[in-house]
Design a protein around this ligand. Sequence first.
Ligand code: 5GP
Ligand code: ZN
Length: 117
Amino acid sequence: MTSTTDCIFCKIIRNEIPSTVVYEDDVVKAFLDISQATPGHTLVIPKQHVADIFEYDADLAAAVFSRIPKIAKAIKAIDPAIKGMNILNNNGEVAYQSVFHSHIHLIPRYSDTDDFK
Ligand code: 5GP
Ligand code: ZN
């Protein structure tokens, strides 16, 4: 499995940096974002180190995204106040990517008046 020694998300996969784990299997790890856009904001990352969408092949993309509905449902089940969810993936500095180990944001939405834009 590809990983890097200095990537913070590879360190989270190896438990060298603590995280609050939401879900984990052989393909992905899901953990709470350290800076919660809304309560329950979760990042889903492939265990294979890929920097961004341009480094995925179709098999890895399919494997990672196949986990998303299960993780999204598990988050939603925790709190009946969750009414929806934004699913975001930033690729490149110009697209506001700040950690260069690809990750998918799952951002629960509680009402049309919560303040995340
Ligand atoms: P990006 O801007 O690259 O799409 O999102 C990176 C996300 O990673 C940010 O929302 C940021 O809060 C989160 N993040 C950065 N470092 C850590 C960390 O050490 N632990 C956790 N749990 N999240 C992190
Ligand atoms: Zn990495």
